[in-house]
Design a protein around this ligand. Sequence first.
Ligand SMILES: NC(=O)c1ccc[n+]([C@@H]2O[C@H](COP(=O)([O-])OP(=O)(O)OC[C@H]3O[C@@H](n4cnc5c(N)ncnc54)[C@H](O)[C@@H]3O)[C@@H](O)[C@H]2O)c1
Length: 253
Amino acid sequence: MVRIGLLGCGNIGGIIARHKIGIEITSFFDAASAKVDTMKGLLEHARAHYDFDNFIRDEFEILVEAASVGAVLQYGETALQRGKDLVALSVGAFADRGFRNRLEVLAGSLGRKIRIPSGALFGLDNLKIGQVSALDRLVLRTTKHPAAFGLQTQERTLLFEGSAEECIRQYPRNVNVAVALSLAAERPVAVQLWADPAVTRNTHEIHIAGAFGETTILTQNLPSPDNPSTSYLAALSIITLLKNLDRPLVVGT
Ligand SMILES: NC(=O)c1ccc[n+]([C@@H]2O[C@H](COP(=O)([O-])OP(=O)(O)OC[C@H]3O[C@@H](n4cnc5c(N)ncnc54)[C@H](O)[C@@H]3O)[C@@H](O)[C@H]2O)c1
């Protein structure tokens, strides 16, 4: 069974701990000691860490990050150097091209893997054809309730239109999906962010056109039953990725 070290004991960390299937969480760490204490109740047989240096020396093969973009930037290289593979949910960290290249080269030289789960959207697997065939159009339209942006607008409002890189500067908490698309296709993504008081679900519409033809993928996310502030799909996606890690049969591009 794959041994996991969990970095981040918040919403998603908690869901992973409650729904672990086919994995063993041996260790966990969070910068907030109260979160570590809470996690002890869910992971009685794992080792609790209040300090990253002790955590990373512990025995596990894969560090699963469910913390923050800052945590990936801060700990990613050390994790690889300490012989761990990395599963990173805060994919926004990879919008920094210099960091991404450095991490990829390091992982390659050490024979380690960095995995990014599909997270809060469908369609990433075949979007990777963008790496081998031209795409004429790659557009992401994300719509959330204004409260998700800390707004109170009563009208459907276009908040942002532009590149994923510019989006991360203006809306750093809403770019994971845009960066994941861009990484999968290895192409720029045209991003629109809408605030709509009529929506009850976080919605991601992806339009892709190219030599293959054309597709539109609509994902309407419900909150997690355990935690209303987390898209259930993002949590399920990472649990599924972990469950499949040591299977000999790999499905999906
Ligand atoms: N890829 C996707 O589609 C997707 C979807 C949902 C969430 N996410 C990302 O996953 C991450 C976790 O989400 P969440 O809802 O569980 O967040 P959360 O705020 O509930 O929990 C994050 C936890 O990580 C800890 N943490 C943050 N930075 C840290 C650091 N530098 N060192 C140690 N601990 C640190 C915090 O104390 C907190 O307990 C976020 O970055 C979020 O943006 C990605």
